[in-house]
Design a protein around this ligand. Sequence first.
Ligand code: BGO
Length: 271
Amino acid sequence: MSITIALAGNPNCGKTTMFNALTGSNQFVGNWPGVTVEKKEGRLKGHKDVSIMDLPGIYSLSPYTLEEVVARNYLLHESPDVILNLVDASNIERNLYLTTQLLELGLPVVIALNMMDVVKKNGDKIDTAKLSASLGCPVVETSAVRGEGCIAAAEKAAELARSGKNAVPQHTFCQSVETALSTIGDLVKDVVPQESARWFAIKLFERDEKVMEGFTLSADVKDRLESAIRVCEETMDDDSEGIITGERYEYISKLVGHCVRKGKTGLSTSD
Ligand code: BGO
């Protein structure tokens, strides 16, 4: 079975370095259809049947930049077999914001916890087993610049894809949001793919216009959807997008508090 691994991560997390370590000179560069965003694809070294698709560096799966739209359209419509999510471990809190969204897509996900050399140099400790259990996906430590752990992370991703085990997101929002998501999920269950139903429900809750445009919903369904969102917004006294963003950050902050122990220097690659 041939496997396609989608490489996803924030800008500057080390994705180019990782992509080169994984593919060597075996890569093809072009543009994503219709846009001037670079598209890179290559074969995993030593594995003729595993290809790596490098996605644009993004902070979120929102619809606000060309890169985000290209990346999410690829993940939703081209069905890669697995996502290899590169996380800059020295900026873990910021990077996990994208991770929480990738986990909701219903695809298998492996996290490559990159820049581990920086983390170790700073004297920080990350409990990767706890992080993996908390997020619901495997975590592999890497240092792309040293070539450490890269192939192992990609091989883990290929193995997970072959096993067919999708990520099971462990994060839930507060009761009021979950009630709205459940109502929205029921309203659109016949038109959204089952495996990515949670991601779609969240995007519809956020009134993501690009997602909304992708469906032909009756006026009655649209009204019921809007009223489910409004009830939650009134309860929470915030707009729906702000509610989701706020809860994601709160969740990530707690998660990092449980899994990361800071050393003395507190430096990251962005310092
Ligand atoms: C420069 N560890 C460390 N320490 N650095 C890493 C690692 C790692 O595991 N992985 C990548 N880097 P990209 P995106 C640089 O270019 O792959 C470094 O945007 C410099 N350049 O070497 O480009 C990598 O594709 C001058 O650093 O990331 C690169 O995701 C001084 O992280 C940077 C210091 O990697 C971004 C670093 C002129």
